[in-house]
Design a protein around this ligand. Structure first.
Ligand code: ADP
Length: 188
C-alpha cells in the first residue's frame, strides 16, 4: 500500500499516519520529521533548512525529493509507505510521479484530510502548549504563514490527484477513530 496524506497543518495527518502504520505495517515517511531530525543533528542539510522551516516557508524541492527518494529505497518500504508532508507542490507531485515510475511503483491513493481554518489554529496552538514549544514553527504567526503556503502551493494538489482518479477526501473534523474508519473505507 502506497499512500499520500494531504491536508493543512493541524488536520491530523501525523495522528492518522501513526494509526495507519500499525494497521498496514508500513512506515510513515514524514518530510517534516526528517527535516526536524536533520536540524536537530545539525547536518549540512539541517543547517541549510533550519531558517526556512522556522519561518514557515518550503525548503527546496530538490532537497525534499532527494531525502524521500533515498528513504523509499530502504528495506522497510518494500511493502509500501505513507507519505506525510510530501508532495507539497505541483512540482514535487510531478517529481514523485517520475520517481515512482523509475522504481516501478504506483500510488494506491491520496487521502485528503479537510478541516476548518479556525480549528487548525486552535489545534496547533494546543499542540505547542502541550509539547512545551518543541517545534519552533508552532506559534501563531508562523502557523498563519504555513496555512497561507498550504493554500497557495499545496491545495492545488487536490485537483491534481482528483484528475488522476486517486483522490479520496475525508472529514478531519470528526473524532480520530471516525477519520481512521473513513480512510480505511476509502481505500477498499
Ligand atoms: P505541518 O504540521 O505544517 O504540516 P510538517 O511537519 O509536515 O508541517 O513540515 C514542517 C516544515 O518542514 C514545513 O513548514 C516546511 O518548511 C518543511 N517541509 C516539510 N515537508 C516539505 C516539503 N515536501 N517541501 C518543502 N518543505 C517541506
Amino acid at each position: 500500500m502506497r499512500l499520500v496524506l494531504l491536508g493543512p497543518p493541524g488536520a491530523g495527518k501525523g495522528t492518522q499516519a501513526q494509526i495507519l502504520v500499525e494497521a498496514y505495517g508500513i512506515p510513515q515517511l514524514s518530510t517534516g520529521d526528517m527535516l526536524r531530525a536533520a536540524i536537530a543533528a545539525k547536518t549540512p542539510l539541517g543547517l541549510e533548512a533550519k531558517a526556512i522551516v522556522d519561518r514557515g516557508d518550503l525548503v527546496s524541492d530538490v532537497i525534499v525529493s532527494g531525502i524521500i527518494s533515498d528513504r523509499m529505497d530502504e528495506p522497510d518500504c518494500a511493502q509500501g509507505f505513507i507519505l506525510d508532508g510530501f508532495p507539497r507542490t505541483i512540482a514535487q507531485a510531478d517529481t514523485l510521479t517520475h520517481m515512482l515510475d523509475r522504481k516501478g511503483l504506483h500510488l494506491n491513493g491520496v487521502i485528503e484530510i479537510t478541516a476548518d481554518a479556525d480549528v487548525l489554529v486552535e489545534r496547533i496552538i494546543n499542540r505547542a502548549r502541550e509539547s512545551g514549544g518543541a517545534r519552533a514553527d508552532d506559534n501563531e504567526e508562523v502557523l498563519r504563514k504555513r496555512l497561507a503556503v498550504y493554500a497557495e502551493q499545496t491545495a492545488p494538489l487536490v485537483n491534481y490527484y482528483a484528475e488522476r482518479g486517486l483522490l479520496r477526501t475525508v472529514d478531519g473534523m470528526k473524532p480520530v477513530e471516525e477519520v481512521t474508519a473513513a480512510i480505511q473505507q476509502a481505500l477498499q
